[in-house]
Ligand binder design. Structure first.
Ligand SMILES: *Cc1c(COP(=O)(O)O)cnc(C)c1O
Length: 393
């Protein structure tokens, strides 16, 4: 089964030759591999930034069918879009809440991150006003210095939570700054601080049932941080958070990025290619043009560095990457109009992964994935019946 999400233009069902192909069978396997590894802890699937570029609503629908117990997004708007698309799974908005947003959180049944005493009290007032119960997860800052109440002041949040009558404290969480590095010293310190806060809360009788701290790095290498739930982001999409983490769970990339040859030509010796003439031929050279560029999220910083796959072979991207097109040196080999060009994914025995692109662009795989523009249609592929587990009767 193949479905396509909102391409900008469809012409009789024909979409752009440039697509991001989302393999839902792989998403299923990645989710289950993580869930099996962390059980009995549950998996909060992190869906922020258009599900790391994979398509927010489509990925959420798929994971809801798989029975994922919780979703995490960054912003209120992402949560609202999921609710308006019919998603019923609990959704935690991980980012900070602004004052006037409280009624929308409550109306859409979104779980709020309470990151300060003031925000918690504001939410309590809004909930009382609407005659409803707000669902919150308390956020403790154990060393990230992003949002949350500092671990050394956590008792103020505790006392405020105990005073609330219209707030249900379902969860409490913290976030690692360095769980994806080989040196786990700072992560261990953060984990100890969180444990100290949990113990203090327990003494005062506040024992939220969903304690969570682990992102992908901690899922892989800090089992003591799994608590009741883990927050799986990039690992769910089949990409490891860094080259340093041990690959204790086997996952495979869900996204492939493909285009097609749209033009073929022969360039004479000593002729420059593309804006700024940053590359030029030395001999007669066959060059193809591919209809993808930095306006699609293929970083311009990869000019003269990136490679693509055509018919199972690697070729160099030459000259500056343009907004909508780029040129590829096929040496003196052959490629035809409409031949597939793989930007991320496999062709024959060759594979390009988003770690390769991250290296060429001087960034991290997270940014490669989240930068793929909405102009690129996402095509969803699914062949397996996900409700049947091959290993279960
Ligand atoms: C993005 C995010 C995650 C997921 O991180 P990954 O490294 O992609 O697993 C988890 N928790 C919070 C608070 C986040 O913002």
């Amino acid at each position: 089964m193949t479905t396509i999400n909102h391409p900008i233009v469809t012409t009789n069902g024909v979409v752009r030759p440039t697509v991001a192909e989302i393999d839902l069978d792989r998403l299923t396997r990645n989710y289950r591999a993580i869930a099996d590894h962390v059980a009995p802890a549950g998996v909060m699937a992190i869906l922020k930034a258009n599900a790391y570029g994979h398509g927010l609503v489509e990925v959420a629908r798929h994971l809801e069918q798989l029975g994922a117990p919780y979703f995490g997004v960054a912003y209120l708007e992402e949560g609202i879009l999921l609710r308006e698309s019919g998603i019923q799974t609990p959704i935690l908005v991980l980012g900070g809440i602004l004052g006037n947003q409280a009624p929308l959180f409550l109306r859409y049944g979104l779980t709020v991150t309470a990151s300060s005493v003031e925000k918690l009290e504001h939410l309590e007032a809004a909930a009382a006003n609407m005659g409803v119960q707000a669902r919150v997860h308390l956020k403790i800052d154990t060393g990230m210095e992003r949002i949350g109440v500092h671990y050394y002041s956590a008792d103020t949040l505790l006392e405020a939570a105990l005073r609330c009558r219209h707030v249900f404290v379902e969860g409490i969480f913290s976030h690692f700054a360095n769980a994806d590095s080989a040196d786990l010293t700072s992560a261990q310190t953060q984990l100890e601080r969180f444990n100290t806060v949990l113990a203090a809360y327990k003494q005062r009788g506040l024992t939220p049932t969903l304690r969570h701290m682990a992102n992908s790095g901690a899922i892989l290498q800090l089992p003591h941080s799994h608590f009741d739930m883990v927050r799986a982001g990039i690992l769910l999409y089949g990409v490891y958070p860094s080259a340093e983490v041990p690959r204790t769970i086997a996952v495979a990339p869900v996204l492939s990025w493909k285009s097609r040859v749209v033009y073929f030509k022969v360039v004479q010796p000593n002729h420059p290619v593309s804006y700024g003439s940053t590359w030029q031929t030395e001999q007669m050279t066959r060059v193809v043009t591919v209809p993808v560029g930095y306006g699609d999220g293929y970083f311009r910083a990869m000019s003269n560095k990136a490679q693509v796959l055509i018919n199972g072979r690697r070729y160099a991207v030459i000259g500056r990457i343009c907004m909508d097109q780029m040129m590829v040196n096929i040496n003196w080999e052959t490629a035809y109009n409409n031949d597939e060009v793989v930007l991320i994914g496999s062709s024959g025995d060759e594979t390009l992964c988003c770690e390769d692109l991250a290296e060429w662009a001087g960034t991290i795989p997270y940014e490669i994935l989240t930068n793929i523009n909405t102009r690129v249609p996402r095509v969803y592929k699914q062949t397996e019946n996900q409700l049947l587990r091959p290993d279960s009767e």
